[in-house]
Design a protein around this ligand. Structure first.
Ligand code: XMP
Length: 327
């Protein structure tokens, strides 16, 4: 396999088995060592599937020559940043710089209502934090990236820029190391499992870069963000416990209150809206019919366990007309 090419060979076998994954891993490890030599590599490790698999692969190939930077922007799902530390720092003894930047992001987002502005602020600040951390490290020559084959195809078609860390300042232009760039998502998952990553990380559902920031609707407030994080964890836990195969499932918390009654007193709290979709390519999506007992169980748990929430709704909107995310 030619790791410098952006074209997947027509006859390349789909990586579907542990044996094929092992063969790929051996080849990729050799290619990374040949590219990097005794150089140092920096990787933005979000904890998503692609960056996690690249991290595990680079750790296997070059160990401590890799430095991972995990930026916790305060918009991660419950337990996600903790899992990054657990898996990579404790489990794989990797170099990991953990940046707790929640206050910074939330301060910049304070009062900002417009979704695209929120996305821009989060994206720009991510680059700022990452560049600051990179500047503190010495002798970095390479930047690892979790580019996968659909990213390359989409950027060729002009759908989106494929660089995961776009817009890094000029003085931080490193040579890219992109060992899974010819793989499809399902292959990346098989490789990740073979590298010893937990299923909770490798089989993770899609999660937008701006994270919970585009699910805490309107101007983000800490109380609604916390309610969203807790409700989201309950929805994930219950759907996974039910063994359902749903493409994406999450919550949003709007910025309008609803009236309720709790402990005999009037409440004026936030609603939680549950969003579940099935899709093949995210261009169109359908809403699965959840069983009533499951709906009722999720509702009861959210109302009982999440402070500040007095109402639960299920979003029945297919795409189109509704996009998958609310913002
Ligand atoms: P929409 O809302 O456009 O979402 O129907 C389609 C898919 O893309 C995900 N999504 C994003 N992913 N950065 C990402 O990496 C983003 O800013 C972003 N916005 C939406 C969404 O979760 C869904 O899977």
């Amino acid at each position: 396999m030619d790791f410098t090419s952006n074209k997947r060979p027509d006859d390349m076998e789909r990586i579907t088995t542990p044996e094929l994954a092992d063969a790929f891993i051996d080849e990729a490890v050799q290619a990374v060592r040949a590219q990097v030599g005794d150089g140092k590599v920096l990787l933005a490790l979000s904890g998503g599937v692609d960056s996690s698999v690249v991290a595990a692969l680079l750790i296997k190939a070059i160990g401590k020559q890799l430095t991972n930077v995990h930026v916790n922007h305060g918009l991660m799902r419950k337990g996600e940043s903790e899992e990054v530390v657990e898996v990579f720092e404790k489990g794989m003894d990797a170099n990991l710089v953990y940046v707790e930047a929640s206050d910074r992001f939330l301060a910049l987002l304070d009062g900002v209502e417009e979704p695209e502005t929120k996305r821009k602020i989060i994206g720009n600040e991510f680059v700022n934090v990452f560049a600051e951390e990179a500047a503190k490290l010495e002798g970095i020559g390479f930047l690892g990236q979790g580019t996968i084959y659909p990213d390359i195809l989409e950027s060729e078609e002009g759908v989106k820029a494929h660089h995961n860390v776009g817009g890094l300042p000029e003085d931080l232009q490193f040579e890219l190391v992109e060992p899974v760039k010819l793989l499809y998502k399902d292959e990346v998952r098989v490789v990740g499992k073979q590298l010893g990553l937990p299923a909770s990380m490798v089989d993770r559902q899609p999660f937008p870069g701006p994270g919970l920031g585009v699910r805490c609707l309107g101007a983000i407030t800490r109380d609604r963000l916390e309610a969203l994080r807790e409700a989201d964890a309950i929805v994930r836990e219950e759907i996974e416990a039910a063994g359902l195969d749903i493409w994406q499932y999450f919550c949003v918390v709007p910025d309008v209150r609803a009236t309720g009654v709790r402990d005999g007193k009037r409440a004026f709290d936030w609603p939680v809206i549950i969003r579940c979709v099935n899709t093949v390519d995210a261009m169109t999506a359908e809403v699965p019919e959840l069983e009533w007992p499951l709906m009722k169980k999720i509702t009861a748990r959210v109302l009982d366990e999440v402070p500040g929430v007095c109402r639960v709704a299920y979003d029945l909107t297919p795409k189109p007309i509704g996009t998958i995310e609310w913002e």
